[in-house]
Ligand binder design. Structure first.
Ligand code: FE2
Ligand code: FE2
Length: 347
């Protein structure tokens, strides 16, 4: 029997009309739609696409292990492993936020902006990976430490990752619990911190490769900050007092968490042994000596304080109180205990 091709010109219109399609149960990524409510976010996404860069295109050959002492190699590896505790969480944190944005039917440019941050953070993480692997193959966890300094580095990093692992379930749960404005205040704080950090380091680094890397990463972070601020401008009006109080606490949690990379952490949240900070200081000093561009303790404090003053001014405009940060002589509200459930990790 020869096959007969189906008739391609015959539209079927049922006599009683089309069957109404079922409503899609929510949360769900369907139905698809591409609403734009905030054109500025769409512009930022365009900028993100134009700014794309490739971490493998950096002149990695210029980073030669033999140009550094063993201590300096360990110092740089250590600093990047500390950074990876922050930048490494970026892809997963923003991938989850991207899915959440789809499920809650946020406007299209929000989904796209979150996606672009996920992509950027993957690049930032790749930079950590490449810098570490170039100088101490197998590090941070999977290398055989042959000196006391190397053992101290590996042990500290293990403790850091233990702490990193403590907030993940809390963060995952927080997505469904809080409105975007609460989450994004924490994200904004992280982006203020990271843009400040990388801008400072790009100026201070003497090694040309690190200088170039910090410039690129800093440019991304500045765009992330612009995205966060645009989302917040959209969502902050109408924020309830309960959420405002929650945000004040989140800001203090951000300070506690981010100080590990921007300065030194206060004695809150971080579950670390007593030798952690003294050893951290020694290792970071070796990185500094190697030309990585790590600011001094005082410069870091000054930089962090300026960044926090900026955050205070931003949230103040929306009637959100700032938490007390006595560590940097910033007065404000006492928010009490900060635990793993308060940490919203971003960079
Ligand atoms: Fe980043
Ligand atoms: Fe970022």
């Amino acid at each position: 029997m020869p096959m007969t091709a189906p008739n391609q010109n015959q539209l079927v219109v049922p006599a009683g009309g089309f069957t109404p399609y079922p409503e899609v149960p929510q949360p769900n990524i369907f139905p698809m739609e591409w609403r734009v409510e905030t054109p500025k976010l769409a512009e930022l996404y365009e900028r993100a696409k134009r700014h794309v860069w490739n971490p493998s295109d950096f002149p990695w050959d210029a980073l030669r292990a033999e140009d550094f002492t063993e201590e300096q190699r360990l110092g740089i590896m250590y600093w990047y492993a500390v950074l990876a505790n922050f930048d490494g969480s970026g892809p997963a944190v923003f991938a989850k936020a991207t899915i959440h944005a789809f499920e809650t039917h946020q406007e299209d440019p929000i989904r796209k902006c979150f996606f672009s941050i996920t992509h950027d953070e993957m690049n930032h993480e790749e930079v950590c990976q490449r810098a570490i692997q170039k100088l101490v193959p197998g590090a941070p966890m999977d290398f055989e430490p042959t000196s006391e300094l190397a053992k101290a580095a590996q042990n500290n990093i293990g403790w850091l990752y233990h702490n990193g692992g403590r907030y993940w379930t809390g963060y995952s749960a927080s997505l469904a619990k809080y409105p975007l404005s609460v989450l994004f205040t924490s994200f904004m704080m992280g982006e203020v911190a990271s843009s400040t950090l990388f801008f400072g380091m790009s100026k201070k680094a003497t090694h040309p490769l690190f200088k170039e890397i910090f410039k690129k990463v800093g440019q991304d972070e500045a765009r992330h900050l612009a995205i966060c601020l645009t989302v917040l401008e959209r969502d902050w009006p109408g924020l309830s007092d309960e959420y405002k109080t929650m945000i004040t606490k989140q800001l203090r949690a951000g300070f506690v968490f981010l100080s590990m990379i921007l300065w030194e952490p206060p004695n809150q949240f971080w579950d670390i042994p007593e030798y952690f900070l003294p050893n951290h200081r020694v290792l970071v000093q070796h990185a500094r000596d190697a030309g990585l561009g790590v600011l001094t303790y005082d410069e870091q404090a000054e930089n962090w304080k300026t960044a926090l003053a900026r955050v205070r001014a931003i949230v103040g405009e929306w009637g959100i109180e700032f938490p007390a940060i006595p560590e940097l002589d910033l007065d404000g509200v006492d928010v009490g205990h900060i635990g793993p459930e308060d940490i919203i990790p971003v960079f």
